[in-house]
Design a protein around this ligand. Structure first.
Ligand SMILES: Nc1ncnc2c1ncn2[C@@H]1O[C@H](COP(=O)(O)OP(=O)(O)OP(=O)(O)O)[C@@H](O)[C@H]1O
Length: 446
């Protein structure tokens, strides 16, 4: 925490350590999928007039809610494209939110504009991944660090220089390098310059977007350690975005896991790593490379592609890849029958097996026994549609072949009827480690 007599701090902030600093509620950010005159216009040959004017939107962040408390580091992790950067930028109002509120110290940032927003911006800063391109090569390090202070009319020239030099030292650089240009510094040092610049205006909250991803592993830990020291000294709160779980584990107090625009799990760090409750989190944790290659075969992998954020799955967004998709209640599946049907449905959808006779498919996927009742009839029709001896591929009069028919039949009858497709999950789980809330968006916890 910065002390009032600390020459570099501007005094205590009014929010006590551990109290809510930022609260995000129902935040969404949609992008128009294409810019230009013809964006959103599509040709539909089977209708009249053959043109539709649907606005295609990329739902990069979709109805996200969470809080960050004063002095903590919330890690935000997820695969590339899941919306992490968009969320970070929207919090800072570098992007305008489509919907929702961002309450920062009692102000709704989503509503602020003009001078009010400009004022707030000194309290929230951002550090980006690429320390190379975020530093203007024509400016000296001192000018770079002083720039935000100048923009916010802080201090006179002398005061700014004194603060810049002090900050250089605080971030682990030599204050005598004040007059050097960025190219004279290594990647890790350049990220330290970025840190000094962000801290120059004494922010409370720093959004760190993959700040160490471009650095060598050996340098990553050093920069993170410095960030932790600065956090303790200046009472900073971090939202730390990374795709690398070992980085997240190093620095976070709590962790939020993002998938396709939604937050699917939030928990204290130890709880999340030791007691993950969302199948996506489990898959991410299992995909961490292990030093012993003999173990690697046994590890789960994320199957299938991430669906398009333009047309995300209903209900749980992870359901199309989830190994634990819940059986639809309309049928009386046993656990084993459902496991077989689910595996078969995925294999047909992805066409992961060579065409074979119907009896062979039954043996391969169902141990020879189809599910009982209506579910069995559906599976039988699907098998017949793709099997070499009963396949209807050649007979179909439109472009749909047997695989497509089988895929549609199985998905519509089973996957789309699951609670996972019908309702968006949101549950609190009893934590095994610590006392913080453990949120998991998975119907297994219903
Ligand atoms: N300006 C934009 N216009 C249209 N779509 C965008 C824009 N910015 C991001 N997107 C889309 O929004 C989705 C989320 O992107 P975002 O960059 O936030 O993800 P991310 O998790 O930070 O990924 P990465 O780690 O690769 O940066 C992606 O599908 C991306 O293509």
């Amino acid at each position: 925490m910065s002390k009032p007599d600390d020459p570099i701090g501007f005094g205590e902030t009014e929010i006590p350590h551990g109290e809510t600093l930022l609260e995000v509620d129902g935040l969404s950010k949609y992008f128009a999928s294409e810019s230009g005159l013809l964006a959103g216009i599509s040709l539909e040959t089977d209708q009249f007039p053959p043109v539709s004017f649907g606005v295609d939107q990329v739902k990069a962040v979709d109805d996200v809610s969470f809080e960050i408390t004063m002095g903590e580091t919330l890690g935000l992790v997820g695969e590339s494209g899941c919306g992490k950067s968009t969320l970070g930028r929207t919090l800072l109002r570098l992007l305008d939110p489509t919907d929702g509120t961002i309450t920062f110290k009692n102000d709704d940032l989503a509503e602020l504009s003009g001078e009010e927003l400009r004022q707030k911006r000194s309290e929230i800063q951002m550090i980006f991944q690429d320390p190379q391109s975020s530093l203007d090569p024509r400016m000296k390090v001192g000018q770079i660090i002083e720039e935000p202070m100048r923009a916010h009319d802080m201090f006179d020239d002398e005061g700014r220089e004194a603060r810049a030099k002090e900050l250089l030292e605080k971030v682990g650089l030599d204050p005598r390098h004040y007059n050097r240009y960025p190219h004279a510094f290594s990647g890790g040092q350049r990220q330290r310059i970025n840190l000094a610049r962000a801290l120059s205006v004494d922010p409370d909250f720093v959004v760190c977007d993959e700040p160490v991803s471009a650095l060598d592993v050996s340098i990553q830990a050093q920069v993170m350690n410095t960030m932790e020291e600065l956090q303790a000294e200046f009472g900073l709160t971090y939202l730390f975005i990374a795709h690398d779980l070992s980085v997240i584990r190093h620095i976070s107090d709590r962790v939020a896991v993002m998938y396709l625009g939604h937050i699917v799990e939030i928990a204290e760090k130890e709880e999340l790593f030791e007691n993950p409750q969302h199948p996506y989190t489990k898959a991410l944790l299992e995909s961490i490379p292990v030093p012993d290659p003999r173990e690697s075969d046994a590890r789960g992998v994320l199957e299938g592609e991430v669906p398009s954020p333009q047309d995300p799955p209903s209900g749980c967004r992870f359901r199309t890849r989830c190994p634990q998709l819940i059986a639809p209640e309309a049928y009386e599946f046993t656990d084993e029958e459902w496991a077989h049907a689910r595996t078969f449905m995925r294999a047909v959808k992805r066409r992961t097996f060579e065409p074979m006779a119907a009896a062979e498919i039954r043996r391969e996927f169902f141990d020879g026994d189809l599910p009982r009742g209506d579910a069995g009839e559906i599976v039988k029709d699907a098998i017949d549609a793709v099997a070499t001896d009963t396949g209807r591929g050649d007979e179909s009069d439109d472009e749909r072949d047997g695989w497509e028919m089988a895929t549609d039949l199985l998905l519509e009858s089973f996957a789309e009827q699951s609670i996972c497709a019908r309702e968006r999950p949101a549950y609190d789980v009893e934590p095994e480690h610590g006392t913080e809330q453990h949120f998991a968006a998975c119907h297994m916890h219903r």
